[in-house]
Design a protein around this ligand. Structure first.
Ligand SMILES: [Zn+2]
Length: 304
């Protein structure tokens, strides 16, 4: 069945505190033309540069997925991208008035709720995908990502933390807008109290508090209750849905992630795109077309 592209039916405006900067940040999502894709506009930078969502502008760090043109940096794009990918939004202009996307409650729920309140609009262009053609695997220390062909978007995620409340958890799901909303969007990010205190002392976290995600001490959640007993692994799934969308196209295939994080997700995608014959755009373009999506090396300069 032919599927068509979608954009927002009306603009969505959001405001929240940035956990890295401690500042209030406004984000405006606007409908975009068919074929335009996802475009970020850094409104506080002179000239308001437009950064289309493409792998060459994306970096995976341990704590966040980051958009950067080598001069300006936008942190924490992954939960917003997860909501857009989960709800099947193809085209949107994202105007950001600050250096990061607000974390809200650490899940994708605020984005999903606000987008669905305004509604989505179908557009007269066939939807395009990043389609997996052949199995492909990327390893990084203990973590791994395995891609396989599939007719839809399937994921399996496994995590392991040496913590009595987490231990080993696994989760698998075929992602569509309904399953995404019901099973994934609510899952909050989590952090360990000791790490958070250390990062706060170094000045890396200026705005985070108990409302921005789950915080654990050695034995329990300090700001529970959990929304599901396996909320932790579901959040990993949420992150993976967001990181896979950094290609700028929805994903079609199966992905299996073990003990992975943003850095591995982004590295794996970049290797996948530069390996010929592994993936293609599913509107009939030959695999060679992926080279224009493949990352170029750019130096990372300090953020703004
Ligand atoms: Zn996350």
């Amino acid at each position: 069945m032919q599927e068509f592209q979608q954009t927002l039916a009306a603009p969505v405006e959001l405001e929240g505190v940035g956990v890295f900067s401690g500042r209030k940040v406004r984000v405006v999502l606007e409908p975009a033309k068919a074929g335009e894709g996802v475009v970020f506009v850094l409104e506080e930078v002179s000239g308001a540069p437009r950064l289309p969502l493409r792998p060459e502008y994306v970096l995976g760090t341990e704590g966040a997925t980051v958009l950067s043109d080598g001069y300006h940096t936008l942190y924490l794009i992954e939960h917003l991208l997860s909501a857009l990918h989960g709800l099947r939004v193809d085209n949107v202009v994202i105007r950001v008035f600050g250096p990061e996307i607000p974390l809200f409650d650490g899940s994708a729920q605020v984005f999903v709720r606000e987008i669905l309140t305004r509604g989505l609009r179908l557009q007269p262009l066939p939807k395009r995908y990043l389609e997996i053609l052949k199995p492909f695997e990327v390893q990084n220390g203990v973590g791994s990502l395995r891609f396989r062909p599939a007719p839809d978007f399937r994921l399996r995620v496994r995590i392991a933390f040496d913590h009595p409340l987490i231990g080993e958890q696994s989760f698998s799901l075929t992602i569509n807008p309904l399953t995404y909303q019901r099973e994934v969007a609510f899952a909050r990010t989590f952090g360990f109290k000791e790490d958070l205190l250390r990062r706060r002392e170094k000045g890396l976290l200026r705005g985070g508090d108990f409302s921005n995600g789950l915080i654990l001490d050695e034995t329990k959640v300090l700001n529970g209750p959990l929304r599901r007993p396996d909320e932790f692994v579901r959040h990993k799934a949420l992150d993976l849905v967001g990181d896979l969308f950094t290609v700028g196209l929805p994903f079609r295939g199966e992905v299996e992630a073990e003990f992975s994080g943003h850095r591995l997700h982004i590295e794996a995608l970049k290797s996948l795109l530069s390996a010929p014959g592994i993936a293609r755009l599913s509107d009939g373009l030959p695999p060679v077309a992926l080279f224009f999506l493949a990352p170029k090396k750019r130096p990372l300069r300090p953020g703004y």
